[in-house]
Design a protein around this ligand. Sequence first.
Ligand code: SF4
Ligand code: SF4
Length: 212
Amino acid sequence: MTKLLTSRDMAKISCPTCRGCGACCRDMGDSIRLDPYDVYLLTRNLGLAFSDLLDRSIALHAEGGLVLPHLLMKEEEKGEPCCSFLNREGRCSVHAFRPGLCRLFPLGRDYDGTGFSYFVVENACPVPGKSKVRISSWLGYGDLASYEVFTARWHYFVKEMQEMLGAFQGSEEARRLALYILQKFYAQPWDPDRGFFDEFEERLSLIRRAFS
Ligand code: SF4
Ligand code: SF4
């Protein structure tokens, strides 16, 4: 049975021998999904707009009626698709503000209906000899408590919207709602003078009021 963990727990996931083989940054298809905080950090730290990221580093996919972004795997010289943020030395060029799923690797999240727990994805990283590290240190977020609240709220909001959109599948209303959510949580810039998590809650409340 999979052991469920909190961010206070230790897990054998640290990779002392990791020399940036980059295996977790290559050939990942559209699986590295981006939440609004990921895009907020990328746009703010790179000085780019969401549309600039779409031009070069990310792409959109349909997911249960929503339109959501993921990291783009581009062809590299050897012909193997890799993340556009992987540099020539095989290192992440956005390491300090890399997306949440990249920070999480090789952990996964188990959602229980209200919150979530962490678990170790066995054999996700091919390099042996892992050592123990506290999950909070591994994730490396300054305000992990707020980040975890945001992560759960975003997850359950997406599920709720997907269920709602299922009832209007293929309609013009469903398409408009999907684009509205993309605009509200990804394309619309965040106020640099406010904290992301406060503004996220405000946008969430606005959308909930609009659809209640
Ligand atoms: S697959 Fe493992 S060893 Fe390779 S870069 Fe990722 S974490 Fe490091
Ligand atoms: S953002 Fe960085 S860590 Fe994540 S897949 Fe791209 S290169 Fe790898």
